[in-house]
Design a protein around this ligand. Structure first.
Ligand code: ADP
Ligand code: MG
Length: 699
């Protein structure tokens, strides 16, 4: 088994430098991580285009031919390499803006190449920026035809030269190395009844499918596998310990809670908030560990619930820990809690990535001595050095930004695991959640605090842009602030960046200094710079914030009342909903303007119409589930609650059902997995337990 724990740096073409980047950017460290790094999309590369026949609807294309020449062109914007590439009939320009010295030196005018990339159109002439080049020779022609996997990348992995080709070569190497170790994990009964492809073949086919059928079979097998083992573990555990995990018993609601509740509440709780606080109080008093998921739409007031829950822990002489996904959010919570608890004897500190070493040490000590009652922070809180005197409760806000594994680590720090309250604004339907979580408890806040005005949402075509600008100016005149968000989608970060910067420039022209001040924020910026811009906006020093989706989660800026979303058709529904939730937090009327392109798919249309029609997060989630298109392997698990590697709790409900049935039969007939035919399953389960996989993480 340990073969799977080997570091990826020993794979062909990776090496220590790239391994480090892949680890940091995509969490790929071991062979196992890499094996499960599934393509997020596939393209058909059995087809070659002729340059003559290209049209504007072609996106990913592949051409075969030769370079006629290459030249470096000097322009105001900088240098670029331009190559004229011919397929024998006509020519197309290939362009590189970066790393072209090496490319120029290596292009061989005598050889035939396959060129693959996305087409851009300028003045009706097609070009391909940064195409993938493969020299044709006898060896590799088979690697570039047929179905082709596309893997996620980030700005940084690209900058380090980790191309699709590099990933594929390394993956090929990996599968080759592991061919003897990828042993079967299911019983013959299941394999034959469901006509499943072997495990080894499935891994090979998911990364290098020869045709659609093999790919579909591989997917089915791996999805089944993933869901089946989760179900087996759920059922097994359910059998083994009918009682819950022991936890701290917070028998009393004491002074802090009562004082705060009676004298310091800034508003009346909504009925839903009251209901949830009651549920939590009850949980904390049972002597079993609380493990509760609180779902509540953006702005529904989850923070107050967290605060009251933490006060109960404090009243019982325990500490509380409040984790946020970003530094900005952590500070916001920290300041918020501090001011709310101003009059009470509660010591609150904050720990984030940018906490100075000396301060950090001091905080570590005070956590250990118990001097700190509530610690707020980012994932800096999960470092091994952070130890508590007696951590009683952990609140995790907007958990979908945290890896599940990180969550798990917190649990094993003390004698009893602390109570856990996970708060999320991404609702998933209850039935679905139950089938994956088993005995996790749920609380739901449906009701928004009183007095909230419904955010007015409008769909706007490009022809309305001037009207939009005029409207924004009016709002700024009223002293309001505005978000303008551009899409950022993994597969074409570079283009999106360009969209953002083009957009930013045009906004700057439309809203000139000194009358208007504009902040800009995107993923490429350093954290300090982002925080700086964010704070400028928070303090009202800039009126417009132009950004990518980095502002998506949680930030509370009551004075911002307009959210403009550019190319809204390119966002997923839950993302649109999250973004819209950034406004409408004050008492004034808020607006969400969804700018849409000319050509949009039916799904996109439905998404936008749903947004215009409703603001109920649960309703939106339901629609979202229905329209997630095929091929979006990464979709739900990224926004959802549990990070599955391949199965999708929404789209694969049927497979989930099958997996659940097989798991139930298995555990009924052979609870200890002693039958000969179940020995693969048993040994796979042992591996999973050994590796502290999903089970430890979600239970
Ligand atoms: P979320 O659930 O999105 O985390 P927050 O906890 O940030 O929501 O609350 C959003 C805003 O609503 C905050 O400004 C908070 O002070 C306010 N709020 C929360 N509960 C109530 C309430 N019961 N009545 C009035 N305002 C409330
Ligand atoms: Mg929140």
């Amino acid at each position: 088994m340990d073969g799977f724990e080997r570091p990826i740096e020993i794979l062909k073409g990776i090496g220590p430098g790239r391994a480090k980047v892949l680890g940091e950017e995509l969490g790929l460290k071991t062979f196992r991580d890499f094996l499960f790094f599934f393509p997020y999309r596939y393209v058909d590369r059995s087809k070659f285009y002729s340059i003559n026949n290209l049209n504007k609807s072609n996106t990913d294309i592949q051409i075969k031919g030769k370079f006629l020449n290459t030249k470096i062109i000097q322009q105001k914007a900088g240098k670029r390499l331009s190559g004229t590439f011919s397929d024998g009939i006509s020519t197309i320009e290939l362009i590189w803006f970066r790393g072209f010295k090496w490319i120029k030196e290596n292009i061989d005018l005598e050889s035939e190449y396959v060129v693959y990339g996305k087409v851009n159109w300028f003045d009706n002439r097609p070009t391909i920026p940064h195409p993938e080049l493969t020299k044709i020779n006898n060896y590799n022609i088979k690697n570039i035809s047929g179905i082709y996997s596309i893997y996620s990348s980030t700005e940084k992995t690209l900058r380090y030269g980790i191309s699709q080709k590099i990933i594929r070569v390394a993956m090929n190497n990996l599968i080759d190395i592991l061919k003897d170790e990828l042993t079967e994990s299911l019983s013959n009964k299941i394999l034959s009844e469901l006509k499943l492809t072997s495990l080894k073949k499935s891994f090979s086919n998911i990364h290098f499918p020869k045709n659609d059928i093999d790919l579909a079979k591989a997917r089915f097998r791996l999805k089944f596998e993933e869901l089946f083992f989760i179900q087996v573990q759920l059922l097994k555990r359910h059998r083994n310990n009918k009682t819950k995990i022991k936890g701290y018993e917070f028998s009393q609601v004491g002074n802090l809670f009562n004082t705060y509740y009676k004298n310091h509440l800034p508003f009346d709780l909504t009925n839903d908030q009251k209901k949830v606080v009651k549920e939590i109080r009850k949980d904390l008093g049972t002597g079993s560990q609380m493990n509760r998921l609180l779902q509540g739409d953006v702005g529904s007031g989850k923070t107050m619930v967290a605060l009251l829950s933490m006060l109960i822990a404090l009243d019982n002489k325990y500490q509380a820990c409040f984790m946020a996904p970003t530094e900005i959010l952590a500070f916001q919570h920290y300041n918020n809690l501090k001011s709310m608890l101003n009059d009470l004897p509660v010591n609150i500190e904050i720990l984030t990535g940018s906490t100075k070493l000396s301060v950090r040490k001091n905080i570590h000590e005070k956590l250990l001595s118990g001097d700190i009652n509530i610690i707020v922070g980012t994932h800096s809180l999960i470092e091994d050095k952070v130890l508590f005197k007696n951590l009683g409760i952990v609140v995790i806000d907007e958990q979908h930004r945290f890896g599940v594994a990180q969550r798990a680590k917190l649990w094993y720090k003390n004698k009893f695991p602390p109570h856990v309250l996970v708060m999320t604004a991404t609702p998933i339907p209850r039935t679905l959640a139950m089938s994956i979580y088993g005995d996790l408890d749920f609380s739901i806040i449906k009701e928004l605090p009183p007095g909230r005005k419904k955010i007015k949402t409008f769909l706007m075509g490009e022809n309305k842009r001037l009207r939009v600008f005029k409207f924004l100016k009016e709002q700024i005149k009223l002293g309001k602030q505005i978000f303008i968000v551009y899409p950022l989608i993994e597969e074409s970060q570079k283009m999106d960046y360009k969209d953002l910067m083009d957009g930013y420039e045009s906004i700057c022209r439309e809203f000139p200094l000194p009358k208007y001040r504009i902040s800009v924020m995107h993923g490429k910026m350093k954290t300090e710079d982002k925080d700086y811009e964010m704070n400028r906006f928070l303090q009202g020093k800039s009126q417009i914030m132009v950004s990518t989706t980095v502002i998506e989660v949680g930030v509370d800026i009551p004075n911002a009342n307009v959210m403009v979303i550019e190319s809204a058709e390119r966002f997923g529904l839950s993302q649109l909903h999250q973004l819209r939730g950034r406004v409408g937090r004050g008492n004034e009327q808020s607006f969400c303007l969804l700018m849409k392109g000319k050509k949009i798919s039916n799904d996109a249309k439905l998404r936008l119409e749903t947004m215009a029609k409703t603001s109920d997060g649960f309703e939106i989630a339901e629609v979202d589930l229905k329209i997630r298109g095929p091929g979006d392997i990464a979709g739900t698990q990224q926004s959802g609650i549990i990070r599955l590697k391949i199965a999708d709790l929404v789209k694969d409900q049927e497979i989930l059902q099958i997996a659940r049935n097989y798991a139930r039969i298995l555990i009924q007939n052979d609870p200890n997995l002693n039958h000969e035919d179940n020995k693969n399953i048993k040994s796979e389960l042992n591996k999973i337990t050994y590796n502290k996989k999903i089970w430890n993480l979600i239970s």
